[in-house]
Design a protein around this ligand. Structure first.
Ligand code: SAM
Ligand code: CA
Length: 218
């Protein structure tokens, strides 16, 4: 996995970031702190994805948001910052150490009071929520083999007009490599197929980051 968009050179990514709203000091500090984790750092969303997420959360007037896969917090920061002060973000992850870094960043950005973190398998957290449309925005970025299971649990809890974003849907191109059949790849292929066929959604898959699907609940 890479933090640059698929097929994008470092030079072009730099150019893109130089011609977008600058990341702020908390974002930059978080990227720096995460890079010290070594290879795990590649799990962080691309900076241009964080900016896109922030823009979409604001554009949809989202008040209630959901994130599956928080890691050290860059995407959750993008979501939380775009919420109104009484808006709420529910973050799901299993890793206490990584999400402790996220919690510090939420404090530093002044959005900690908008965010609830639930540690534990995200499928359990999802199934404990009311089976009713409660979210205006959902970002899926956790274990790829489970994407098909998360899909329906998310869609039934999404308000009409709400957005459902899913990351890493191209998995470095492995989704079209016939020889690849590990659980992540088969899970992503099934998820991608079911998203495209779901008539409750209008869906576009974009070559942003490692592949980003944006779907709107109609
Ligand atoms: N969105 C994050 C960001 O912006 O930095 C990156 C998320 S990272 C790719 C995936 C995260 O999913 C990891 O923090 C990992 O602990 C979490 N995860 C993996 N399996 C999980 C599960 N079964 N339930 C909840 N979280 C899980
Ligand atoms: Ca990701």
């Amino acid at each position: 996995m890479t933090r640059a968009s698929i097929g994008l050179t470092d030079e072009l990514q730099t150019y893109i970031l130089e011609h977008s709203t600058p990341l702020d000091v908390v974002d930059l500090g978080l990227i720096e702190e995460t890079s010290r984790l070594g290879s795990a750092a590649s799990m962080q969303v691309a900076p241009e994805q964080a900016l896109l997420i922030r823009l979409l959360v604001a554009a949809t007037g989202t008040r209630q948001a959901l994130e599956i896969g928080t890691f050290t917090g860059l995407s959750s920061l993008a979501i939380a910052r775009a919420l109104p002060p009484d808006g709420r973000l529910l973050c799901c992850d299993i890793n206490r150490e990584w999400t402790a870094i996220a919690e510090s960043a939420w404090e530093a950005a002044g959005v900690a009071d908008r965010i609830e973190l639930r540690l534990g398998p995200a499928i359990d957290t999802l199934r404990q929520l009311p089976e009713a449309p409660i979210f205006d925005f959902a970002f899926l970025d956790a274990d790829k083999g489970m994407y098909p299971e998360y899909r329906e649990e998310i869609i039934i809890r999404l308000n009409r007009g709400g957005l459902f974003l899913a990351d890493n849907v191209l998995w470095r191109g492995d989704v079209v490599a016939a020889a690849e059949d590990d659980p992540d790849v088969t899970g992503l292929r099934r998820f991608n197929q079911e998203m495209a066929e779901d008539d409750r959604l209008v869906t576009v898959m974009l070559p942003v980051g490692d592949g980003l699907t944006i779907a709107r609940r109609v």
